[in-house]
Design a protein around this ligand. Structure first.
Ligand code: ADP
Ligand code: ZN
Ligand code: ZN
Length: 827
């Protein structure tokens, strides 16, 4: 048997499968998706098996054998291996990069293979061979055993050990060194020969009643038990157990425990709510699609508070009833305990949670629950889309318009596209939910896009829920023209109307959410006398001030210097940092409303693990009047006493040099307005702006998605932007400008040549090369080209052909070309 293996070297020369022979001893262990160690030149590399076949074109004698298998259960499924190939072609990344993105970080690090004992359901131990029983006994007595040492101890029983794993008697675990901090607990083990217990109980003097009790316990319950549990169960002290251990009758050892970040929480079970007619209709469509195993993609447009989550929950229930599995993606920032609670409350421990705030170990534990089939639902951030389910029925992406679903480093994938690809394979349904669908997604529900639909890029079906649950009104949104405020002598960051509204809420003891977009107000350092701004000497970007370390730092390369006390240019002492916008707002609130209780949530206050949750819980418990923050406060939060929302600088996003800035503004304002008046108390919103006439602000204030979308579509069409054209951003970087410029020109002219040779319905335009908006990072200069294309353009092969001109021309030079397909950030 032979295997094709993709090795862990993300380079162009190694971006293909290499042939290896599968030694007979490994035949039973290796499958498509297995991780293996293979000889590669003088080295041993990690790799993934992507194909298995009998025989090979190559001379059998020349093919090297696979060196070792790294997992007993392959971490990838054949479907995910296939998906990796699709990703590498779609996003122009190395196949290994795509495959690595699918497995938990813990598996990428140093690891040790262990096995532990499990009790498979409904099977009899008697079916095991004596030697297998002995092996089980051995493993059980140790909790976990390193596989290599087990295989060494029972050298001739490899096949029998494997059978134990396949049948579920033994479970494979990776104990990962370095990256994963394992959590350990002192655990008490009974003797290997339980019959001895009786004798020892006799042997103990009568006054050792407590010790007798411990031994009695193990007679009833011969499982290893955590010391703390044993102590509290029998109400004894540790010295009692230690005494027994000293006699050699029991063993106390440190053992790794599974970390379930939600273990200490209890979740109130909830039952399905009777659906509103709108919900019912939407749910009905999804359920029918699930039953028919249609690969439907639904775009569920529901206003904030229309009850989308309840629809998700019931759809998942019907997916589970069909014996299939579901993935739910939510933006990292919305993955609050509150959100998790809604899913755990309904599906209990059938749910795994995956997000980046988990440690490597915690993530790995959650991921293993999926591999073991202990859970059928995964809720998580972007990368949870790779959950290794084998019978997927439903994929839900909440807030589908969020940019967080696009990964900005390689593989630069979009979870929405990956979802559609996986659903195609499984015959699963996809539900994309949002109050403000992205232009890309809404476009695919329009008749014009339906005509162009392909298997790869199917049309979407629009489902809508235009009203809030229980007829609660959407909040009234007031636009405040800040130019008028200035004319009337108000220099404060609060308009008079917003000021009054805050005062009123404080009086009524209701709560307030204030949004200030971070990007509008950076924490840069500027001299007020001469205008000098502290820049990074290696990157074309200003340094940001970090309060905790009293340093100014570059957030691209990490360069840092001490806080400046005099201006290096003019010597003035009037040089200071402009603290985060939110910090300044907090100060001003304190001055204007003495005694006001403010929770500030921004990058500075939420870096610590769990802090995000802590603030939200405080606010929920009404320990603060104001929740002030960046985008973080706009997303998905649901607080009954919030009746006022203020967007302090609505234009800060609008003025960014990005063709999506109007869309972002509309989405942000709609989201934040949706935080008000979600329960009994009606809500009110103030949007402060210097451009009150802009259509994104007017439409958002009227909760009018349709008119925004129409206007925005016209703008996009006019300028050949998505969704009418698709984009590819190519960024070249190098330390020397001349070489960079030359290669940029070469690349662009090759692309232009290729675009001229296109025929039929294909269309393509090449822009650049120009200096990137951030023209230097880490001492490397950056140039970019932009491709706009549509129709049947085989962009992958064009990019492949074009990039080869660089291979020859800049051989040996450290030029990097980064390709971003369907980019969201144009920097
Ligand atoms: P969305 O996600 O669309 O913003 P949510 O799912 O958060 O809306 O629902 C808003 C509120 O309405 C929640 O408090 C939810 O519990 C409640 N809700 C949802 N569906 C129903 C229903 N059918 N009957 C009563 N209350 C509901
Ligand atoms: Zn100066
Ligand atoms: Zn820098």
């Amino acid at each position: 048997m032979y295997a094709k293996v993709i090795v862990d070297v993300p380079a162009k020369q190694t971006n293909r499968a290499f042939d290896y022979r599968v030694p007979d001893s490994m035949k039973d262990w290796i499958a498509v998706g297995s991780r293996v160690g293979v000889p590669f030149g003088p080295r041993t590399l990690q790799g993934f098996v992507v194909e298995l076949h009998e025989g090979s074109e190559m001379d059998a004698g020349k093919i090297k054998p696979i060196g070792q298998t790294l997992d007993l259960t392959p971490p990838l499924t054949p479907e995910l291996v296939k998906l990796g190939r699709w990703m590498s072609r779609t996003y122009m990344c190395h196949e290994i990069t795509a495959l690595q993105a699918m497995i938990p970080g813990a598996l990428k690090a140093k690891y040790e293979r262990h096995v532990c004992a499990r009790e498979p359901q409904g099977q009899q131990h008697a079916l095991l061979l004596p030697v297998q029983q002995e092996i089980m006994q051995f493993v059980r007595s140790r909790e976990t055993v390193e596989l290599d040492s087990l295989l060494a101890r029972y050298a001739s029983e490899g096949a029998l050990i494997r059978q134990l794993i396949v049948e579920g008697y033994l479970e494979e675990i990776q104990l990962v060194k370095d990256r994963m901090t394992t959590k350990k607990a002192l655990t008490v083990f009974p003797p290997e020969q339980l019959e001895q217990l009786d004798g020892w109980i006799e042997e103990l003097p009568a006054r050792a009643a407590k010790q007798k009790e411990v031994l009695e316990h193990f007679k009833q319950q011969p499982d290893p038990i955590k010391l703390t549990e044993l102590l509290s169960e029998l109400n004894i002290s540790a010295s009692t157990v230690k005494g027994l251990a000293e006699r050699g009758w029991l063993r106390i050892e440190e053992v790794e425990v599974q970390r379930d970040p939600y273990a200490s929480r209890s979740f109130k079970p909830t039952s399905p709510l009777p659906l509103t007619p709108e919900q019912q209709q939407v749910y009905g469509r999804i359920r029918d699609s699930l039953h028919a195993r249609q690969r439907h993609v639904f775009l569920l447009q529901g206003v904030t508070g229309s009850g989308k989550t309840e629809v998700y929950l019931q759809s998942i229930q019907s997916c589970l009833d069909l014996g299939r599995e579901a993935i739910v993606l939510v933006p990292e920032i919305s993955l609050t305990p509150q959100m998790v609670e809604r899913f755990k409350g309904r599906f209990g421990n059938r749910v795994a949670v995956l997000h980046s705030r988990l440690s490597h170990g915690e993530r790995y534990d959650e991921w293993r629950k999926i591999v073991r089939r202990d859970v059928q639902v995964v809720i998580g951030a972007r990368s949870a889309i790779f959950a290794p389910f084998t019978n997927l029925g439903l994929i839900i992406i909440d807030e589908e318009h969020e940019t967080t679903y696009k990964q900005e480093e390689s593989p630069k994938y979009h979870a929405r596209d990956v979802a559609v690809a996986r659903a195609r394979y499984h015959g699963a349904s996809v539900v994309l939910g949002s109050a403000t669908p992205s232009l890309e997604s809404i476009f695919r529900t329009l008749p014009q896009a339906r005509q162009q639909a392909t298997e790869q890029r199917p049309a979407f079906e629009l489902l809508s829920m235009p009203s809030r649950v229980e007829g609660r009104p959407l909040p009234k949104v007031n636009i405040v023209d800040m130019r008028e405020e200035l004319k009337n002598g108000n220099r404060s960051m609060f308009s008079r109307d917003l000021y009054k509204a805050i005062e009123e809420r404080l009086h009524k003891k209701e709560q307030i959410v204030l949004l200030l977009n971070r990007r509008g107000y950076a924490t840069f350092v500027m001299c007020r006398t001469c205008g000098y701004v502290a820049d990074c000497p290696h990157c074309d970007i200003s340094l940001t001030y970090h309060q905790s370390s009293k340093a100014i730092r570059c957030h691209y390369c990490g360069y840092a210097e001490r806080e400046l006390s005099v201006c290096p240019d003019c010597g003035s002492e009037h040089i200071r940092h402009f603290g985060t916008g939110t910090q300044r707002v907090e100060e001003e609130l304190g001055k204007l409303f003495p005694g006001i209780r403010v929770i500030r949530m921004d990058v500075d206050t939420t870096t610590e693990k769990g802090s995000h949750e802590k603030w939200l819980t405080m606010f929920r418990n009404r320990q603060a009047d104001v929740l002030l923050g960046t985008q973080m406060v706009a997303k998905g939060l649901d607080f009954p006493y919030v009746t006022l929302v203020g967007a302090l600088a609505a234009d800060s996003v609008l003025n960014l040099p990005d063709f999506r800035s109007a869309e972002r503004t509309f989405q942000l304002l709609t989201q934040v307005a949706g935080r008000a008046g979600r329960h009994q108390l009606p809500g009110e919103v103030f949007v402060q702006t210097y451009t009150p006439e802009h259509y994104s602000i007017i439409s958002a204030s009227r909760h009018d998605y349709a008119s925004f979308m129409q206007k925005e579509m016209q703008m996009r069409q006019l300028h050949n932007y998505p969704p009418f054209h698709r984009l590819v951003l190519l960024t070249l970087s190098h330390e020397q400008v001349p070489l960079l410029l030359r290669s940029g020109e070469m690349l662009a002219s090759r692309l232009k040549e290729l675009s001229q040779s296109l025929a039929g319905r294909a269309e393509m335009e090449v822009l650049g090369p120009v200096a990137s908006p951030i023209s230097r990072i880490k001492d490397r200069y950056r140039f970019q080209c932009m491709i706009k294309y549509r129709g049947e353009t085989d962009i992958a092969s064009i990019l492949e052909q074009a990039s080869t001109v660089l291979d020859e021309a800049v051989k040996g030079q450290k030029l990097t070309l980064s390709i971003d397909v369907d980019p969201l950030l144009l920097m």
